[in-house]
Ligand binder design. Structure first.
Ligand code: G6P
Length: 611
């Protein structure tokens, strides 16, 4: 996970680098460092701690170089410390490297380099890279020695990497290359900007080169050259990205998470876009799945991690209900190792906000090898997963910066819903009236979300009452259980309160033993067909002394419950989009009451590019 930034241009590099690192801090924030080319010599400044700590390093403000690399770290190999921070240099201090990813064979490479006289100052996997470059450089005889050495060194690496390399011997050059870790290059008016993601660069440019695996890029002054794996030069298309720069700012909100929660009506409106209109067939002309193909599919797999997997659980309900095709949902890290029964009659859907999650991408590759068609659902144009999949459809939630996902989740659920309607239209698996009703309900979601957002004050008050608690339960049935899972995950992620999510009907099979006086049980209750059974489950916990919070779209005024939070009614399949919002707000306000860093919770990173 880790974020990397680079700059080659006409301006002072270090303020641009620190600015970029600040935007990428969501990717890791235990150490930070920069290297700037100062009069032909690489100057490295780094330490453990947040990016802002860099400003305390003496001499930072004296840097004048116009080419530099930078890194914000999420420790994998070696504790957060100055020695383990990036950039790392080779023993002769000729090459400096920042790296995002994991070098799986670093022990082997370390042993090889040690046998050849190299020594190591850090516990990181990264330190082998500059030393390996030095090793190949010292043996290289070709004209293009620097590039050839980087190519040979990276050819030895197993695992994932996005790297930037500087050398004292080539003070105007930077070499950049990636494999399975994200990296984009923006072309600004005053130079080239490199970063792990697009939002970090939106204030400089909308024009981006999206690098493929092993696409070696050499930037020198105002020139940029691209080479393939065998160092054959080629032209590369520049892509214009439409996101507004302000989308990556807080716009008056205290935290990105709160801003992103409030952006959900817009995110959903944008995601619906022109895909769904009343009286017209759904528009997926970008993927154009044929009836012949879809009729051969006997199973759909939905694979993802974290919040995206929770969106997949509701996607399953949509597809099974509307298309009559069985759907299996799995977390990517389990799916890929369980030898799933996938074949050419399977359609495999992968959901990933970032499009960079290592396990999800690996699961996609596995399904492709097994002969299935793959469809990616992502929020990031040109992200790695979109380049691997047969089909890609995008959520248009805009950049999501807070580590805990909110608007991406609701956008994913909506897009999966529209996809299911599209499949149902192709397969003619449900009647037109059902299709029209659900379309109408989807189109009404943005305004109904506004009502859910109005629960903010109520959730803030509830947060004040319960923020000191150590354990909580979330319960629900059907899609409400999916929301319970997501609500519980949000709470854990940003408030560090332990919580469990249970299907209400399972309570009696164990967890009810943990219910005692004063414990909070949060219940989601939106499906009229299940209301009586769910109410019985709530009564069972109240009888044992639990305090309850109930998120519902039903009229429970005669049931005598405390803390009832109302959201609007909609099609039962769509209710997660409305009922999750009070839970997002509750977690947010609990985290604030506890004085925690909402956007950057401990130990977490937004984009998990390691397995
Ligand atoms: C991390 C993030 C979660 C996210 C998950 C999957 O755990 O903290 O918010 O749901 O990764 O990320 P993806 O980008 O693949 O949706």
């Amino acid at each position: 996970m880790c974020g990397i930034v680079g700059y080659v241009g006409t301006k002072k590099a270090y303020p641009i680098l620190i600015n970029g690192l600040t935007a990428l801090e969501y990717r890791g924030y235990d150490s930070a460092g920069i290297a700037s080319m100062e009069n032909g010599k690489i100057c490295v400044m780094k330490d453990k701690g947040r990016v802002s700590n860099l400003n305390n390093i003496p001499g930072l403000n004296d840097l004048t170089g116009t080419i530099g690399i930078a890194h914000t770290r999420w420790a994998t190999h070696g504790m957060p410390s100055k020695e383990n921070s990036h950039p790392h240099m080779d023993n002769s201090e000729t090459f400096a490297v920042v790296h995002n990813g994991i070098i799986e064979n670093y022990n082997e490479l370390k042993a090889f380099l040690s046998d050849n006289g190299y020594h190591f100052l850090s516990q990181t996997d990264t330190e082998v890279i500059p030393n390996l470059i030095h090793y190949y450089f010292s043996k290289e005889t070709s004209d293009n020695k620097f590039l050839a050495a980087v190519q040979k060194a990276t050819a030895d690496l197993k695992g994932s990497f996005a790297i930037e390399v500087l050398s004292n011997l080539y003070p105007d050059k930077m070499i950049v290359v990636r494999k399975d870790s994200p990296l984009v290059i923006g072309k600004g008016s005053e130079g080239f900007h490199i970063a792990s993601d697009i939002p970090a660069l939106l204030e400089y440019t909308r024009d981006f080169y999206l690098l493929n695996d092993y696409e070696y890029t050499v930037i020198e002054n105002s020139s940029i050259k691209f080479y393939d794996k065998n160092l054959v030069e080629h032209e590369k298309e520049i892509k214009n990205i439409e996101w507004a720069a302000s989308a990556a700012e807080k716009n008056g909100f205290d935290d990105y998470m709160l801003k992103e929660i409030h952006e959900q009506p817009t995110a959903i409106r944008e995601t619906i876009g022109s895909r769904l209109k009343l009286g017209e067939a759904c528009n997926f002309s970008d993927i154009n799945i044929s009836k012949e193909y879809l009729s051969t599919i006997n199973k759909i797999f939905i694979v993802a991690c974290g919040t995206a997997m929770h969106a997949g659980l509701t996607g399953k309900k949509f597809i099974e209900n509307l298309c009559n095709i069985p759907v299996e949902v799995d977390v990517a890290s389990e799916f890929r190792y369980r030898n799933p029964i996938v074949n050419e009659k399977s359609l495999c859907i992968f959901i990933s906000q970032s499009g960079e999650t290592a396990d999800t991408i690996a699961a996609l590759k596995l399904c492709r090898e097994k002969g299935a068609k793959t469809l990616a659902v992502s929020n990031v144009i040109g992200s790695s997963i979109t380049r691997e999949a047969d089909y890609t459809i995008y959520t248009h939630a805009g950049p999501e910066i807070a580590v805990a996902s909110t608007k991406a989740y609701t956008s994913q659920v909506v897009l999966l819903g529209i996809l299911a309607v599209y499949f149902a239209e192709i397969l003619e698996s449900v009647d037109t009236e059902t299709i029209n009703n659900i379309k109408k309900d989807i189109l009404e979601l943005p305004s109904k979300i506004e009502t859910s957002l109005k629960t903010a004050d109520q959730m803030k008050e509830l947060a004040k009452k319960i923020y000191t608690e150590k354990d909580m339960f979330f319960i629900g049935r059907g899609v409400d259980y999916n929301v319970a899972l997501e609500g519980s995950l949000k709470l854990k992620e940003i408030s560090y309160i332990h919580s469990e999510a249970y299907a209400s009907g399972e309570l009696k099979h164990g967890p009810i033993a943990l219910i005692e006086k004063g414990i909070t049980v949060i219940s989601i209750l939106t499906d009229e067909a299940l209301v009586e059974k769910s109410i019985s489950n709530i009564q069972e916990v109240i009888t044992r002394g639990a305090k309850t919070i109930i998120i519902t779209n039903l009229d429970l005024s005669n049931a005598g419950f405390e803390n009832v939070v109302k959201v609007e009614e909609t099609n039962p399949l769509l209710s997660p989009i409305l009922s999750v919002i009070p839970l997002q707000l509750l977690s947010y306000y609990i985290s604030k009451e506890k004085g925690l860093d909402v956007d950057k919770p401990r130990n977490l990173a937004k984009s998990v590019t390691v397995e």
